[in-house]
Write a protein that binds this ligand. Structure first.
Ligand code: TRP
Ligand code: SF4
Length: 404
């Protein structure tokens, strides 16, 4: 595993511009982001180019979906004071890195990514035999590597993309991190650590290279991270020197697996716009009530006097998200003994969702009224993202010999 100083603290994640955010995305993804923004340096972006890899025929409404999504991010508490919020296509460095990485990425790696065949089958009404669709995981790799992100919060379906990103980074470092006088330069860099730390670094390197002790790498990384005196170039050399003979220009990220969606959609399937089973964060109370009242319940419970089984009921999954222990216990007992009817059972959920969404809707309305504010936040996020991305690109161009 190869990570590096700043990047270990850096989190990056993207979301396709799907428009109004729904409860599934909020509980499954955004709550996690909100937590992470306090713990790490976070970059969250709207993956608008990614949307085009599958929906290139519907590009005219993309801007609306982008703004709706960003407003909802802000309304739930993704905080521009803690996290950089930006739009992918405003940071062209993603595209430049994607292009350069495409030169070294074997076609087989892309064809083997499970989502390639899965999505082609699932979205069979679209023609996805395009260059952009095949390259989509590599665009994602560029998204991540251009920030040298260490941690990438993603769902299960994206883990293979992070795995491929690690392979691409490794290949890049292997191809372009080598210098003819690498060893001499690394030895010079070691000396700059100071006598004591230099000795320690050498011991750790020996431990790893001769005995394969993985812990030694981590200790060495901590040692390098605490050192203020050496340049970035030297740091990259010393990261690479422990493990082999190349500089680490693009560190390998790790996925931070977001647990499977806690709450299903209104019909019990995964909550997704394409299934028409969502409640959006800006839904009006009357609409929330109507939708929840229509939710299917345990199919065995035809009459109120029939006992039910919460395990077979999608409403129960919502109780797991929204209800107190007390309510959950009484629902379990009273459903099984047919003392509680489904209408009463659902009322708890209706109240909880309305209460949860009221302040979010209010904040969303404020942001909607002040478009300039939202645009300003994004512009600032894009500027900050571009600065970091450009720094990486300068190193990448240099390493590939594109320095004129
Ligand atoms: N591919 C992701 C999705 O479809 C979105 C995405 C694009 C992303 N680039 C990313 C996620 C980089 C994490 C990191 O959900
Ligand atoms: Fe589902 Fe509640 Fe009805 Fe039981 S009482 S079947 S948990 S809605």
């Amino acid at each position: 595993m190869v990570t590096s100083t700043t990047s270990q603290q850096r989190v990056l994640s993207g979301m396709r511009p799907t428009g109004l955010v729904h409860l599934g995305q909020y509980h499954g993804v955004l709550k996690n982001w909100i937590q992470l923004q306090h713990e790490y340096e976070c970059f969250f972006f709207v993956a608008d180019w990614h949307a085009l890899t599958t929906h290139y025929e519907e590009s005219e409404s993309i801007d609306e979906r982008v703004w709706d999504m960003v407003v909802d991010w802000l309304a739930v508490g993704v905080n521009p004071g803690s996290a950089r919020i930006f739009v992918q296509s405003r940071v062209p460095q993603h595209a430049e890195l994607h292009l350069l990485l495409s030169m070294i990425t074997p076609l087989g790696w892309l064809e083997r990514v499970p989502s390639f065949k899965d999505q082609q089958a699932k979205l069979h009404e679209r023609d996805l035999s395009t260059y952009g669709f095949l390259g989509y995981p590599l665009l994602q790799s560029a998204d991540i590597l251009v920030y040298k992100a260490g941690l990438v919060p993603v769902g299960e379906d994206q883990v293979a993309h992070i795995e491929m990103t690690r392979e691409v980074a490794r290949r890049f470092n292997h191809l372009y991190g080598t210098e003819s006088d690498f060893e001499a330069k690394a030895e010079e860099a070691i000396k700059k650590l100071g006598k004591k730390n230099a000795k320690l670094y050498r011991e750790l390197r020996r431990k790893y290279q001769e005995k394969g002790e993985k812990d030694a790498i981590e200790v060495a990384h901590a040692l390098l991270e605490s050192n203020q005196n050496i340049t970035r170039g030297d740091l990259e050399r010393l990261y690479g020197y422990i493990e082999g003979s190349a500089r680490i220009i693009l560190p390998e990220p790790e996925s931070l697996l977001t647990k499977a969606a806690k709450m299903p959609g209104l019909d019990g399937q995964k909550m997704s716009k394409s299934y028409g089973n969502t409640i959006s964060l800006r839904e009006q109370p009357g609409e929330i009530e109507k939708k929840i009242k229509r939710m299917p319940t345990d199919p065995a419970r035809v009459r109120k006097t029939d006992p039910g089984d919460p395990e077979k009921c999608p409403v129960w999954k919502w109780h797991l998200v929204y209800s107190s222990e007390n309510v959950k216990n009484s629902v379990k007992e009273d459903c099984r003994s047919a003392r509680m009817g489904c209408i009463d059972c659902k009322q708890y959920i209706i109240n909880a969702v309305i209460e949860e969404l009221a302040p979010i809707r209010e904040r969303a309305e404020e942001y909607l009224k002040d478009q300039a504010l939202v645009k300003g936040i994004i512009a600032e996020g894009c500027d900050a993202a571009r600065d970091v991305a450009e720094e990486t690109m300068e190193e990448v161009r240099q390493a590939m010999g594109l320095h004129y």
